[in-house]
Ligand binder design. Sequence first.
Ligand code: ZN
Length: 321
Amino acid sequence: MNKLQKPDYSDFGELNQLIGSFDVHKGYAALVATAMQEISVMENKASHLWECGTYLELDEQGRLVKSTLCRERRCPLCQWRRSLRVYGQVQKMLQWLEPGGYKYLHLVLTIPNCRADDLKNQCDWLYTRSTAMFSDRLFGKRDQLGPIAHCKRSFKGIVRALEVTYNSDTDLYHPHLHCLIAVKSSYFTNPADYYSQEKLSVLWTGYAAPNFGMKHGDLFVLHVKRVKDSEKNNAVAEVAKYAVKPFHCDLDIDGYKKILPVLNRALSGRRMLQIYGVFADAARALKIDLNDDKEETEDSGALTRKFSFIHGKYREVAKHD
Ligand SMILES: [Zn+2]
């Protein structure tokens, strides 16, 4: 057995920070695991979360060479790793698409907040609705809204991510979709292609408002923003962060006990991220699978540092091989 050493990160500023982030997310995992333990159908998952990331082996660039991640959907540590991975993958896809001269939009599609019992149905609705919208299948040819359904022509590629947030004051859930959309640069100057926020809101809402207790003619909240070239990273981060959000709101054990079964029921088996058009082309060319949970672990034979999670903190167990 390796003897415990006092951690000395002084010559590894960034790794020091990284271990600090592992500490934070492992802390959240412990909180979620504690709540899961008290939910009978989740006891199994709880033990996976307790075991998750108790051992880490990192190389000098901070890449994870070996670990014991559990890959459970609701594990905050794994979700954080996943969001970093998605961030890197989408970044690579954007680089691959660079010669195409695409511009990007950040689109957020929402519906009214809902109660726990309705969350699964509302998530289904968001998926079906957005897929129909992006493929111009919302309205018939003779429908008065038919002419504004031209997403296929206007949007060249889409990354769609589901995010669910929870408001403990109102006890309501807010499922919504973050989309990163690639458009040709002529999109902004060609009135036939361009979507104003209002036009897109009308298209997204269609005739559905009364189904959600709203008046006919009311519009669902929708945000669309052109991504400035200098802000491309922020948009990528926004799409990637879906993975982390619900577990980093300030909930106590009872709060988690309440929302975990709800999220589990609504989201299990669901693909959280989907890509279409030029993003799918990029992913194919680069052999990227956004839903692949494997952490890239290539043992380059370089020196590694090993950490174990002991008494609520990562501690270095042996500095070198
Ligand atoms: Zn995990």
